[in-house]
Design a protein around this ligand. Structure first.
Ligand code: M6R
Length: 592
């Protein structure tokens, strides 16, 4: 899940500062190491272990001159995070430079063969075989493009590669398979990157090369070549996201900015109602629905199952994408497979989409318009959260939920639910307004080693998502549980050292969840409840009580009750001295 960038500028100038700016925007894809290679009469490389700002402080990328170069920010997969394993990689003659995102399954065999043929390796990455293979094929007489094509014929696995050589110093070239890659142009020049936010400051007209194609960027433009080297004409798409949308705009961290943007994300996604109705009409009748997703998007999908089954009576499954191959064999032409994804690039989901297209109707609910998933699925609904940079999903989750609620309400013809959705932005703003009191509260939880989140029915996915938010950024072990399931095992763990967060909105399940709350209280747990303002029974039985607007009933609660849980995780993370935007070992887009 690394981030890669390449650019060729129309005029010769300080390409280092432009590449550094671009790669900084991709830090959410990995921050184990960073590096740049530029060309100005010769290839210059600067790279080191560490996050982008720190490494730049040491190496100063801004003074790298020339009009072309490539950059990389790494999330270590093959090979530890070290200076040597940082990209770009050069061949031994220092005449070819590459950056790579992805994982190569057969690199060890290729490496052995190359070593036998006298090629040298300095790193323990899989990526270094790429640069040596390119050099090998160039030594055999191919030009850079031919050598890259021949190289990819040898590779098994996923890759997005950007390369240049001092033997043909007028171009950079790029190709991909199962890893994201966009090519874009603007006034300054021509760009290639893993993801749009990297280039928004310079280029907003984009296309996405297809598998087997090679993008060739020169000072004069971009050409896309098919597998036979013939030019393919493509229409570039103008992207409406602005560079400002991907800035912190005065907030300390992206995460808190994005929490504050949640009411807008819901409002803007509600604006998709007509499009969603159109998509539903085009899809036509389905007998069965299956959601496929990972992480936070999986939690949104569980809410989708509860909604569709209870409102529309259509049998609905939910499958974790990486597990789909073990359970997804029974889809047919009357099945609608719905892929939920913020990035639209999650590898496991994309692989299932490839399969699902062979048998069934496919719908992608994605936030990134130009993503692979939005291009591959038969039908698309775009959530309107804007760019999300913080690794922890927040505003894209409520935007996904909004799209799912609209979809479910529309297929069920449930106007009452749809009307209620228009109240949600105000409820969210009210919840975000509790920020200061949740900040104060967080100090009482930052000591914990473990925590439990309990919810029932519509609040069960909220419990899962609340626990995920806590564990991924605070590093506190947290479990989300169906409230009624606790007594089947985990209750044994509850004692006076364990915070238990109980999600208990008003509705049909209230009394049952209250029994679960009393059960954990009886075992001495530190109970923090989230429920309707003024509820005396909750207040009496809880150590702490976050009081929500009493008009929010259980069915709508997932869209709002997640907000205090996000804020709690955010402030506990700050109390513990961590950066909420960059949790260790994680990246925003999981393309492996
Ligand atoms: O881009 P996707 O929604 O497909 O990503 C799936 C998960 O990796 C993602 O939701 C992850 O769990 C969140 N970033 C966690 O906050």
């Amino acid at each position: 899940m690394c981030g890669i960038v390449g650019c060729i500028l129309k005029e010769n100038k300080n390409v280092g500062s432009i590449l550094f700016n671009c790669i900084s925007k991709l830090e959410y894809r990995g921050y184990d190491s960073v590096g740049l290679a530029t060309y100005d009469n010769d290839i210059a490389v600067k790279k080191a272990k560490g996050d982008i700002e720190k490494v730049n402080g040491k190496l100063n990328f801004n003074n790298m001159e020339g009009n072309l170069g490539i950059a990389h920010t790494r999330w270590a997969s093959t090979g530890n995070p070290t200076d040597e394993n940082a990209h770009p990689h050069l061949d031994e003659t220092k005449s070819v430079a590459i950056v790579h995102n992805g994982t190569l399954e057969n690199y060890a065999i290729i490496k052995e063969e190359l070593i036998e043929n006298g090629y040298c390796f300095k790193s323990t990455t899989d990526s270094e075989v790429i640069v040596n293979l390119i050099r090998k094929y160039m030594n055999e007489g191919l030009n850079l493009e031919g050598a890259l094509r021949k190289t990819t014929e040898n590779l098994k696995g996923s890759y997005a590669i950007v390369a240049f050589t001092k033997d043909e110093p007028d171009k950079i070239i790029a190709t991909k398979k199962d890893s994201p890659l966009i090519v874009a142009y603007g006034d300054e020049g021509y760009f290639v990157a893993s993801d749009m936010p990297a280039v928004l400051d310079y280029a907003r007209n984009i296309i996405r090369p297809q598998e087997g194609e090679i993008a060739v960027l020169t000072k004069n433009g971009i050409e896309i070549h098919d597998e036979n080297g013939h030019e393919v004409k493509r229409k570039f798409r103008y992207i409406g996201w602005t560079p400002e949308m991907a800035q912190k705009e005065g907030y300390d961290y992206f995460m808190i900015k994005e929490i504050n943007e949640q009411s807008a994300a819901v409002k803007n996604t509600l604006g998709q109602k007509e499009n969603i109705q159109k998509v539903i009409n085009e899809i036509g009748k389905v007998n069965r629905i299956c959601f496929v997703a990972c992480g936070t998007s999986y939690h949104a999908s569980i809410t989708g199952k509860y909604l569709i089954e209870s409102l529309a009576g259509i049998p609905t499954d939910v499958v974790i994408a990486s597990e789909a191959r073990y359970s997804a064999k029974t889809w047919d032409k009357d099945t609608l497979v719905i892929f939920i994804s913020q990035s639209g690039e999650t590898y496991d989901s994309l692989m299932v989409l490839k399969e699902a297209k062979k048998t069934s109707k496919t719908l992608a609910i994605v936030n990134v318009a130009s993503s692979a998933m939005s291009e591959d699925a038969q039908y698309v609904i775009q959530t309107q959260a804007g760019p999300e940079i913080g690794v922890a999903a927040t505003k894209t989750y409520v935007a996904q939920l909004t799209a799912i609620y609209l979809f479910s309400g529309l297929i069920a013809g449930n106007n009452k639910l749809i009307d209620e959705l228009y109240e949600v932005p105000a409820y969210i703003d009210e919840a975000v307004g509790k920020s200061d009191s949740i900040k104060a509260l967080s100090k009482r939880y930052d000591f914990a080693d473990d925590a439990f989140y309990l919810g029932r029915g519509f609040s069960y996915p909220t419990a899962l998502e609340g626990a995920l938010k806590l564990k991924e950024i605070t590093y506190i072990h947290a479990e989300g549980y169906a409230a009624g399931e606790l007594k089947h095992g985990p209750l044994a763990l509850i004692d006076e050292k364990i915070p238990v967060i109980v999600i208990i909105p008003p509705g049909d399940d209230f009394n049952k969840t209250m029994i679960n709350l009393e059960e954990v209280k009886a075992r001495g747990a530190i109970v923090l409840s989230i429920g309707a303002e003024g509820d005396e029974k909750i207040a009496e039985n809880s150590g702490e009580f976050i009081e929500m607007n009493p008009n929010i009933k259980d069915i709508i609660a997932p869209l709002v009750y997640i907000v205090p849980l996000q804020l709690l995780s955010y402030y506990v993370t700050l109390d513990r001295g961590y950066n909420p935007d960059k949790p260790k070992n994680l990246a925003k887009v999981i393309t492996v």
